[in-house]
Design a protein around this ligand. Sequence first.
Ligand code: AR6
Length: 216
Amino acid sequence: MIKIIQGDITTLAVDAIVNAANQVMLGGGGVDGAIHRAAGPELYEACLKVPEVRPGVRCPTGEARITPGFRLPAKFVIHTVGPVYRDGLHGEPEKLAACYRNSLALAAENGCKSIAFPCISTGVYGYPIEDAAKIAVREVEDYLTQSCREAEVAEEESGRARSPVSPERSEPRKRSLEVCAPQDRGAVAPRPPIEVIFCCFSERDASVYKRLLNMV
Ligand code: AR6
């Protein structure tokens, strides 16, 4: 399920809020500063403990790291680093998409059932809101569609295990499984369903998301 909220992400009682951080991951301005202030100095200490992948880089652009939320109502903070926007032709769309995908994957790995995203990269990093929101919506919708398919397949598989199908029924069932899960997922567990909130600071940003999601 997708929701749009206009307001301050630090007030949301969800399992995880996403921080639009920088590579050093030790705080900054914008939503990053607001999250560090609300979470308290423990968040800074926790970020310091995230290992550097190279000097001055705890989280490369497009990747994500997780810490507790400390004094926030949210259980976790997922820190991700969006791209600095140049002209959209220097890998920015791919990097921004990776932020959403990696944050959702990290939330799922940590058992989160709800996650709130700010409009990553659209402040100091200058990504045009219309373009950034399209990417955000696409990635979240893809993720939710995929997790829904995986849940259907898991249910079908457990149903089959409970009541073995007769040979004449097995063919159509197999075909429907193929429709649901075109790629070979092996024994990977289905992704748990997750509620996704787009938390927009401004009314204008919220209206962009509402239009993209046909909520106006
Ligand atoms: N709740 C929700 N959204 C917010 C809040 C808040 N409390 N405060 C700001 N926003 P930005 P970036 C919105 O600049 O562009 C930092 O210094 C804001 O209106 O925070 O990814 C980091 O340390 C905008 O829509 O992040 C990095 O150096 C969105 O959050 C750099 O900025 C993102 O704006 C990251 O830049």
